[in-house]
Design a protein around this ligand. Structure first.
Ligand code: MN
Length: 213
């Protein structure tokens, strides 16, 4: 099989009480599991695409044959998004960001509180299923965006520094229809070290000042 479901880096119960055990089980095993299974099924008749990473597939969807493009967009996106999602959370995470991400947020949004407000607002306003992101642009700037379904900023030429899943499957068992409550609580499990790792990757590829070094 070309693509595999990664293990969670912690127990299903590790993110309690912010994300409940049952949601983590369903979300990881069933939802992410299905994206991986369906991505592999879509690629079955295209062996030459099976060695490509899921990121590379969704980075250039026009290069994907038309008959599987939708399946790759949704399931490849679902695989990439959730692989990031598990890693950018951790038990006893959260708090104020530190390191380079703290500086980036301060520079672009003034302070962490204002950034959180704007990020949560974009998550609330994403109609239906989707994601809210801090995305990096060529040139090194960052912006908050939301995407529908499993679309990833990579497909728009942006770098996904981190994002939160606002599909109902991510929160409905515990928060029911109260998406704003989930978005507010989620900051308590953010893994800023991993966010800084991702930011480093973005900066080394996209900031002209750094790329030239
Ligand atoms: Mn999800």
């Amino acid at each position: 099989m070309a693509h595999q479901l990664p293990d969670l880096p912690y127990d299903y119960s590790a993110l309690e009480p912010v994300i409940d055990t049952q949601t983590m089980k369903l979300h990881h095993d069933m939802h992410h599991g299905a994206y991986v299974k369906n991505l592999n099924a879509a690629l079955e008749k295209y062996p030459n695409l099976q060695s490509k990473s899921a990121e590379d597939l969704i980075r250039d969807l026009n290069a994907v044959p038309e008959d599987i493009r939708g399946a790759v967009r949704n399931n490849g996106g679902g695989h990439v998004n959730h692989t990031m999602f598990w890693k950018i959370m951790k038990p006893k995470g959260g708090g104020d960001p530190s390191g380079p991400i703290a500086e980036v947020i301060k520079k672009a949004f003034g302070n962490f509180k204002d950034f959180q407000t704007k990020f949560n607002d974009a998550g609330v306003k994403q109609f239906g299923s989707g994601w809210v992101w801090l995305a990096g642009k060529t040139g090194g700037e960052v912006q908050i965006i939301s995407t529908p379904n499993q679309d990833n900023p990579i497909s728009q030429g942006l770098f996904p520094i981190f994002g939160n899943d606002v599909w109902e499957h991510a929160y409905y068992l515990k928060y029911n229809n109260r998406r704003p409550e989930y978005l507010a609580a989620w900051w308590n499990i953010v893994n800023w070290d991993e966010v800084n790792n991702r930011l480093k990757t973005f900066q080394s590829h996209h900031e002209p000042a750094l790329a030239g070094r």
